[in-house]
Design a protein around this ligand. Structure first.
Ligand SMILES: NC(=O)C1=CN([C@@H]2O[C@H](COP(=O)(O)OP(=O)(O)OC[C@H]3O[C@@H](n4cnc5c(N)ncnc54)[C@H](OP(=O)(O)O)[C@@H]3O)[C@@H](O)[C@H]2O)C=CC1
Ligand SMILES: CC(=O)C(=O)O
Ligand SMILES: [Mg+2]
Length: 766
């Protein structure tokens, strides 16, 4: 699926909130006088002395072992060229984000105002005490070769110039798989390389080590084909210079070749050039951000082409993001002194192998595809594939051990694999899974507050990414004004204005009057209410003209929920609706309920909340372990809340005999199985602490989730409204665009499940 990236969105992404993309977060508590004395003077002197006695102790007492320096002088930033160290910072911060997100590695990005290679080498060398590894980035050739070689030989931590070797590894994996698909042999491959810089030379070197023949390679730079007799040829280019004087430019050289590798600049080739290539041509146009030939143009040029670019918005993204996080992860974990050829080739083969394994559904749908499988459009794994870390890092770590550059052994590889999975966190995966599930069958979501810019921005993303089919309800003029003013692309999204929908409002008013005429509603009032967006939106869902309603961004909760309750109502046999938050914290994922609706539920009502909540938790493929919270543990105090929660647990155990549930219990005890094993070994949660927390009343639930967000830094997704007859979800006042997208994805999944339930009911009634 192609995603359009607008300049203003890219700038806003970087500017909003705290500018930039990264921050430093302490890993130890610094809250008390004692903490301060340990973290800083005088306590900090102790690890200093240990490290002075043995430098290896730096790995024990500091962040060094998990810290990589992403270092650039800004001389070859993407394909933008020499834009300077300062301007390169967004790219380097971006690399930092990817290191962290994909491999749990921390990064300091360092942009150095120094073009002189010798001085640059001295500066980087002097940083050795800080880092466990150095990722050189966007430094132009030929200086980058000298810089990398010298730093590799003069530093004792792994150094890798990512534009060289990251790119070489990924493109080699893609090439091996493209050869397998076309039946071509690397030894016979006629190759033209456009670009003779850091990336191009390193890629060509690795192809040679995989069997490609120098005699079959023509390399071009900005001056055209590199000939042997060219003056002032540096060594890196000289090794690939040719004496084919009949070829002047890349346009001559491309004729009769099997493989074009572009690591140069945008828009070099045209259809005509591709038509000159041999059957089943392999074209890797890898210049960023724009490739040497536009993807669509290349694909249209001939049906037998295998095409890759460096971009994430086309199939076959050959980009070093598939490599550097995992290569450094493997190298750091065995404390490797280098990233050597063996480790690089291990990464190539691990990547190539992974592409041939079945792709999990949630990876396919993350890219808006039904099914992704090995083939011309899927040569290498996708960057969002969470299996990359366990495929590449152990392969790299093993190669480091076998080739003798590791200073630390890994003995239990299964445990290592589990650690790697933990590093990338299950939390984001939960939301990715929901989004993937939504994309499989996007539903119509009516937004009752489309006059709000945040809703429009979210709707654009939901539509573009195929997560939902938004219906924007509101004043058409205002909505269109906002769309124009903010240059949003919502041409294909339905806008609906209740004031223009005479027939619908009549129909809905009649329906509403019938429903509530004995509850004091007159025909006139019904007609008037249907001009209100929350009523009209609820009616769209009730009449199957939309699959779910989202509202609440601009009105408080009770005002938003009332129309939905009056129009749609609750599920049969449900006495009370309830609100649940999914809490993503550093410790893991938790479910909190009721956080939004029931002020002081009775024990019986708590049982209802427990039933609704545990059903939804299971929908997220999580087995609920329910704690009914109190300020007491198993009868340790008397009082309304301990007694109510205890009774609720008793009743819930009878009603749901298979449910893992206990209480009354305090929050910290519920979450800590060790405390329970020691003090309350009979607890149903003593084996594994709770993941689903049921609060005794609205005040405690609401206060708790706000505190974990504000103080604990957790992310709260929700509130999911539980127990409605049809999908309705109420946003928190002032939610941001990401919250709205998450909520819409949940609403889509909810709507999918609703239609499944309806189908099942129909079948069982037949
Ligand atoms: N997809 C990916 O993962 C990656 C992509 N890249 C992309 O590769 C490109 C090069 O990066 P990098 O090697 O680091 O940069 P370098 O500055 O080291 O090299 C750039 C090379 O491109 C050549 N070049 C410039 N203009 C032309 C032209 N019109 N025709 C042929 N060659 C030309 C230069 O020629 P000369 O030597 O004559 O100056 C030089 O050899 C960038 O677009 C970058 O974004 C880089 C790394 C990873
Ligand atoms: C991807 C990358 O590192 C580059 O284009 O420079
Ligand atoms: Mg780069």
């Amino acid at each position: 699926m192609t995603i359009k990236i607008r300049k203003e969105d890219a700038l806003a992404y970087h500017e909003e909130g705290q500018p930039g993309k990264i921050e430093v977060v302490p890993t130890k508590s610094v809250s008390s006088q004692l903490d301060l004395a340990l973290a800083y003077s005088p306590g900090v002197a102790e690890p200093c002395k240990e490290i002075e006695a043995d430098e290896e102790n730096a790995y024990r007492y500091t962040a060094k072992g998990n810290l990589v320096g992403v270092i650039s002088n800004g001389t070859a930033v993407l394909g933008l060229g020499d834009i300077g160290a300062q301007a390169s910072k967004p790219v380097m911060e971006g690399k930092g984000v990817l290191f962290k997100k994909f491999a749990g590695i921390d990064v300091f990005d360092i942009e150095i105002n120094e073009k002189d290679p010798e001085k640059f080498i001295e500066i980087v060398k002097s940083l050795e005490p800080t880092f466990g590894g150095i990722n050189l980035e966007d430094i132009k050739a030929p200086e980058s070769f000298l810089i990398e070689e010298r730093l590799k030989s003069e530093m004792r931590i792994p150094v890798m110039h990512d534009d060289q070797h990251g790119t070489a590894i990924i493109s080699a994996a893609a090439l091996l798989n493209a050869l397998e698909l076309t039946g071509k042999k690397i030894e016979d491959l006629k190759i033209v390389v456009n670009g003779a810089g850091a990336a191009a030379i390193a890629c060509t070197n690795i192809y040679i080590s995989l069997g490609a023949q120098k005699k079959n390679i023509i390399m071009c730079d900005s001056k055209g084909v590199i000939h042997k007799n060219r003056e002032n040829l540096d060594a890196s280019k000289a090794q690939y210079a040719t004496d084919r004087h009949d070829l002047e430019t890349v346009y001559d050289a491309i004729a009769g070749t099997d493989f074009f590798l572009g690591l140069s600049v945008a828009d070099i080739l045209s259809t005509e050039d591709l038509l000159k290539m041999n059957p089943d041509p392999i074209v890797f146009a890898l210049a960023n951000p724009k490739p040497e030939i536009d993807y669509a143009v290349a694909m249209e040029s001939r049906p037998d082409i295998i095409m890759a670019t460096g971009r994430s918005d086309h199939p076959n993204q050959v980009n070093n993001v598939l490599g550097f996080p995992y290569i450094f992860r493997g190298a750091l974990d065995v404390r490797a002194t280098a990233i050597n050829e063996e480790m690089k080739l291990a990464a190539v083969h691990a990547l190539a192998r992974l592409a041939k394994e079945p792709v999990p559904d949630f990876v396919s749908s993350a890219y808006g595809e039904d099914k992704i499988q090995f083939g011309r459009d899927y040569l290498i794994p996708k960057p969002l594939d969470p299996r990359l870390i366990t495929a590449i890092s152990p392969a790299v770590a093993k190669a480091a051990i076998e080739s003798g550059v590791a200073r630390k052994e890994i003995k239990d590889w299964d445990a290592y694999n589990s650690d790697l999975n933990l590093r990338i966190g299950i939390d984001d995966k939960m939301m990715s899974k929901i989004i993937s599930r939504a994309k499989k069958d996007p539903k119509r979501i009516v937004f009752a507050e489309a006059h709000d810019l945040k809703i429009l921005k979210a709707a654009q993303i939901l539509h573009e990414e195929g997560i939902a089919k938004p219906i924007l309800l509101g004043n058409r003029k205002i909505i269109q004004g906002l769309i124009e003013e903010n240059q949003l692309d919502l041409d294909e999204v339905t806008i609906m204005d209740c004031f223009e929908e005479e027939e619908k409002t009549k129909k809905f008013a009649a329906h509403f009057y019938e429903k509530r005429k004995r509850k004091g509603v007159t025909q006139y009032e019904a007609q008037k209410l249907m001009r209100e967006r929350n009523y009209f939106g609820s009616m769209l869902v009730e009449h199957n003209e939309a699959d779910a309603l989202i509202s609440g961004l601009t009105k408080d909760y009770p005002k938003t929920i009332l129309p939905a309750l009056q129009v749609i109502g609750m599920e049969p046999r449900v006495q009370r609706v309830a609100g649940m938050y999914i809490i993503n914290s550093k410790r893991g994922t938790y479910f909190f309920a009721d956080t939004t609706v029931n002020v002081n539920p009775t024990a019986e009502e708590l049982v209802g909340i427990i039933g609704l909540t545990s059903r939804v938790v299971r929908l997220f493929d999580v087995e609920p372990r329910v704690a009914v919270l109190s300020y007491s543990n198993f009868g340790s105090s008397k009082g309304e809340i301990p007694e109510k929660t205890r009774k609720a647990v008793e009743l819930a155990k009878q009603k749901y005999p298979d449910l893992i549930i206990d209480g009354d219990i305090q929050a910290n005890v519920a979450l800590d199985e060790d405390i329970q094993r020691k003090n309350y070994p009979f607890s149903a949660l003593a084996d594994k602490g709770a993941n689903t927390l049921i609060f005794p009343d609205l005040a405690s639930g609401n206060i708790a989730y706000k505190l974990v967000m504000e103080i604990g830094g957790a992310e709260a997704i929700g509130p999911l409204l539980l127990g409605m007859r049809k999908p309705v979800h109420i946003l928190q006042l002032g939610s941001d665009v990401r919250d709205i997208i998450n909520m819409a994805a949940i609403a889509v999944v909810d709507a999918q499940l609703y239609s499944q339930r309806i189908q099942d009911d129909r079948i069982s009634k037949r």
